[in-house]
Design a protein around this ligand. Structure first.
Ligand code: AMP
Length: 190
């Protein structure tokens, strides 16, 4: 069982690399951003609740995110593992995930952190905004808020896994396939 946390700031390439990891290792993708956007488009109560946080580039409250991930993990059977993309984003989310996976006897294998300088992140997000239709990709203030939230609330999650000896850092700037090769060599050692 491979349970991988793919970590990094907005625009680091988590979505792009997740697709390649899923294809190679046959894992189940859990992107909390994608799950919220699905709820939003379907007009569910959860979507309505998440919308105001997403619109402002702020984090949806922990208990809401944790409940959604718990449900998704527990309802997925017959998988060789999970790739978690955009989750956990706070230390309490990481603690809840550990508890959940340990209860299933399937602990987190490791965290792979994509590192990208801030100026490149901003230009990548704006470029994505031209086609993603995401309003949070098109507004300078929202982009800045998301990067600030990442630095203040999410970065400590990397130290959380580092203390467990589970953190691997990868340079997220360069050709997509070269970055993927580095990710693969980390995964192959799990
Ligand atoms: P993303 O697609 O990962 O950039 O997420 C888009 C938005 O969804 C974020 O700006 C947050 O508002 C919300 N979101 C996604 N994942 C989480 C999470 N793990 N915790 C809190 N909010 C989240």
């Amino acid at each position: 069982m491979l349970n991988i946390v793919l970590f990094g700031p907005p625009g680091a390439g988590k979505g792009t690399q997740s697709e390649k990891i899923i294809a190679k290792y046959n894992l189940t993708h859990i992107s909390t951003g994608d799950l919220f956007r699905k709820h939003l488009s379907e007009g569910t109560d959860l979507g309505k609740l998440a919308q105001k946080y997403m619109d402002e580039g702020k984090l949806v409250p922990d208990e809401v995110v944790i409940g959604m991930v718990d449900e998704k993990i527990n309802s997925t059977t017959d998988t060789s593992g999970f790739i978690l993309d955009g989750f956990p984003r706070t230390v309490p989310q990481a603690q809840a995930l550990d508890k959940l996976m340990e209860a299933k006897g399937q602990p987190i294998s490791g965290m792979i952190a994509l590192e990208v300088p801030e100026d490149i992140l901003k230009s990548r997000i704006k470029e994505r905004g031209k086609t993603s239709g995401r309003t949070d990709d098109q507004d300078e203030n929202k982009i800045n808020t998301r990067i600030k939230v990442y630095l203040d609330e999410t970065l400590p999650v990397a130290s959380y896994y580092e203390k467990q000896g589970k953190l691997s850092k990868i340079n997220g700037v360069g050709a997509i396939n070269e970055i993927f090769d580095q990710i693969s060599s980390v995964i192959d050692k799990y």
